[in-house]
Ligand binder design. Sequence first.
Ligand SMILES: [Zn+2]
Length: 260
Amino acid sequence: RPVRRPSGGSRGRRRTPAKRSALLTVAVPSACVMGVAGIAAASVGGITGPGTDSGQKDTTALAAADPASVKQVAANNALDTQLAALSADARDFGDRASRTQERIDLRQRQAADKKKREEEAARKEALRPKYVLPVELHRLSARFGQAGVNWMSVHTGIDFPVFTGTPVMAATDGTVRTQLNSAYGNMVIVTAPDGTETWYCHLSSAKIRSGHVKAGDVIAYSGDSGNSTGPHLHFEVRPGGGSAIDPLPWLRSHGLDPTR
Ligand SMILES: [Zn+2]
C-alpha cells in the first residue's frame, strides 16, 4: 500500500501510517452509510435549500446539490422498491407453497390415520367373539328336553340359575325385538344374520328393545317374570325362527360351554 509520508521527523513518520490506517478502517464501512446519509441529505437539502447559519447545513445542501447523486439515489430507491416487491412476492409464494405443502401433509396424515383406524377396527372385528354365553355364570339348573320344568311338558331351552338383575348378553349379533308372554314373561328375541333366533325369557327388564346388537352386548336383566318358580334365565335357540333345538350342542359348536 503506498503511504505518502509527511516530511516531518522520525516521530511523525511512525505515527502517521497508524492514523491513516485508522481512517481507512472507518472510511470503508462509512461508504455504505454515506449512501443512506446521502438520501437523507438530499431530501433535507431539497426542502430547506442551501443553509447559511451553520457549516453542518452547508454540507447537507452541497450533498443535495449534486444532481448525479440524487438521480442515483432515486434509481436506487426504485430498485429497492422493486426488490422489496419481488422479495414480498417470493415470500408470499413461499408462504403459499408452504401452506399447500402443509395441507398435503395434513391430508396424507389424515388418510394414513383413517387407514390405521380402519385396519384397527377390522382387526378388532376379526378378533371379537361372534358367539357369547348369555350370562357369565357357567352352570345350568335345567337342560333341554327335561320333563316337568315349570309349565312345559318338555323343556324347550336351558336354564341358568342367576339372581334377578343379572346382565343378560346377546349370544349373537343381530336385531332385537321384545315380547310379553304369560308363560315366558318378559322376553327379548335376537335374530342373527343367518336367521337363528335366540330367546331370553323370564326377564325383569329389557335394556335394548330394538335395533342392532353385537354378541356380548347387554340386552336385558334376568328375573322371574311369567310362569317361573324363581329367578333364572331361560334361554332358547330357534334356527330360522322355527322349533327350538338343544342350545347346548349349538353353543358348543360355536366354542362355548355353559356347563364348564
Ligand atoms: Zn327354562
